[in-house]
Design a protein around this ligand. Structure first.
Ligand code: DHB
Length: 392
């Protein structure tokens, strides 16, 4: 049914293309589908701001095409993402769909991208398997196993032997749990796993169980924006004074909300691919420009995923001379550049980002809380896919 609808609509689009050739030739619409309202609105706000900043800095014309962003709010609900993507592809004739704030939203669009041969640039969602769901997906965010393994390695090297993991109970959380548990167990540690629902999480009962287990550390993954709720309950349960160390992926100490968490966040160790405090000229310029354009809002890792996603689209279009579809996906494979996060490339085999992962500590710098990077693991691939493809 879906197939027939899409084929019929593709036929209609073909006719429209012939009739309105000039417009079709000169404009490439990028359908940006994001949660702009609801519990994950900070992800949408960050990515939209970054995509607009990229276009402001690099112009709205590339390889003879005028780039037009078409922003749609999916409210973080997968059925909406699918409906909107179909509408954008068929009626608005977008050449690229992009955004995707959560794993289920990216997965909902994967079959449409394949069917319509439209590149889908995943700027946020981070479950490892997403790029395997369609050969038209290119990802500029990260994967949870990619950023979690360095955290487990750091823990093992720093005397942390017994850990309780606490993750949101869906794709990226399960990826983080699996990667952390495997790596720490391999290093001789012991791990217990707890999972908290994604929607409206109440951390209290899980934090109580974690405290009762008296581990050396609590390892946490929650998606961007949720870390503040977690931290509040962490304090209310007295875990900050219990001697249990807090370690996490950088999703928890997300730059968008970190400064509002207060001193309880100080000393938390996290691993991630981006910190607003990353010390490079490219990042200083990015943070300054982003804050100027957005009334002081600090960019987080979602913003960088959006900014780099636009870069991949622009550079891909330069290589195809404005061509889209499969050629644009091919052109994005193997791109490499210096991002605000550091050196990155699009792995031609997996269409994931190869990037540095940094180990960071929350510190107060000039009166504000930041994730201050103190160690770098260079050029990390998604380890799940690297393991599947074997040694090379
Ligand atoms: C996902 C969402 C997030 O906000 C995040 O920080 C990591 C992963 C996801 O749903 O894939």
């Amino acid at each position: 049914m879906l197939r027939r609808t899409l084929l019929t609509m593709a036929g209609t689009a073909g006719l429209a293309l012939a009739a309105g050739g000039a417009l079709a030739q000169e404009t490439l619409r990028v359908g940006l589908i994001l949660p702009m309202t609801g519990p994950f609105a900070s992800t949408g706000r960050q990515i939209e701001a970054a995509a607009r900043l990229y276009m402001q800095q690099n112009g709205d014309t590339v390889a003879g095409k005028r780039i037009q962003l078409v922003l749609r709010d999916d409210t973080g609900v997968a059925d909406q993402t699918r409906r909107i993507a179909q509408e954008l592809i068929v009626n608005e004739r977008v050449g690229v769909v992009a955004g995707f704030g959560l794993t289920p939203l990216a997965l909902a669009v994967a079959p449409l991208a394949t069917q319509a041969k439209v590149p889908a640039v995943v700027m946020a969602a981070a479950t490892s398997t997403i790029t395997e769901a369609s050969p038209f997906i290119v990802r500029t965010s990260f994967t949870l196993p990619q950023v979690t393994e360095p955290m487990a390695d750091w823990a093992a090297k720093n005397g942390i032997k017994k850990v309780v993991t606490l993750v949101s109970d869906y794709g990226p959380g399960l990826d983080a749990e699996r990667a952390f548990t495997a790596a720490l167990t391999k290093a001789g540690g012991g791990v217990d796993n707890l999972r908290v629902p994604l929607a409206n999480p109440d951390f209290a009962p899980f934090l109580q169980r974690a405290a009762d287990a008296k581990p050396d550390a609590l390892f946490v993954f929650v998606p961007s924006g949720v870390g503040a709720q977690f931290m509040k309950q962490f304090v209310e349960r007295g875990l900050d004074k219990s001697g249990v160390r807090l370690i996490a992926t950088g999703d928890v100490t997300d730059d968008d909300i970190l400064n509002g968490m207060g001193d309880v966040a100080l000393g938390a160790i996290t691993s991630h691919h981006y910190s607003a405090a990353h010390d490079s000229p490219e990042n200083k310029a990015f943070v300054d420009a982003f804050q100027k354009a957005n009334r002081g809002m600090r960019p987080n890792f979602m913003a960088v995923g959006g900014y780099d996603g636009m870069h991949a689209i622009y550079e891909g279009l330069k290589k195809t001379n404005g061509g889209g579809g499969e050629a644009l996906v091919t052109a994005m494979k193997g791109l490499s550049w210096t991002s605000p996060r550091g050196p990155v490339s699009i792995d031609p085999q997996t269409r994931d980002v190869v990037q540095n992962v940094y180990v960071r500590r929350v510190e107060r710098v000039n009166g504000e809380l930041f994730n201050v990077e103190f160690a770098t693991v260079p050029n990390v691939k998604d380890p799940v896919k690297a393991a599947k493809s074997g040694p090379n």
